[in-house]
Design a protein around this ligand. Structure first.
Ligand SMILES: [Zn+2]
Length: 105
């Protein structure tokens, strides 16, 4: 857990860069057999992801997956446009101008 982030001194930054470089060069010397396991395996190919129909947002014109669209005045709207019209409670209070913050599913 980071409790207090402090900027490193130039000496600390230089030491870190040196350690990164050393570690990177050491990794290049590790034999492939120690880094990787190469073998034939049997895998089950996952099913294709389902494809859902899209509808066009009546406000901004962007396509949105039908199941994610909201309905306003009988027209489909995207989440961002829907959230502009709805009051939304966030740390600043109730606002109507936040673009879908917290509404992504
Ligand atoms: Zn929209």
């Amino acid at each position: 857990m980071v409790r207090e982030r402090q900027e490193p001194t130039p000496e600390e930054r230089g030491r870190l860069m040196h350690l990164w470089t050393e570690t990177s060069h050491r990794q290049l010397e590790v034999p492939e057999e120690e880094l990787f396991v190469v073998q034939h395996v049997q895998i089950e190919v996952p099913a294709y992801a389902p494809i859902f129909a899209s509808v066009r947002c009546a406000v901004c014109g962007e396509n949105v997956v039908e199941m994610r669209a909201r309905v306003k005045d009988g027209q489909p709207v995207c989440i961002a446009c829907a959230s502009l019209e709805q009051g939304q409670l966030d740390r600043a209070g109730i606002s109507t101008a936040s673009w879908g913050v917290g509404l992504t599913a």
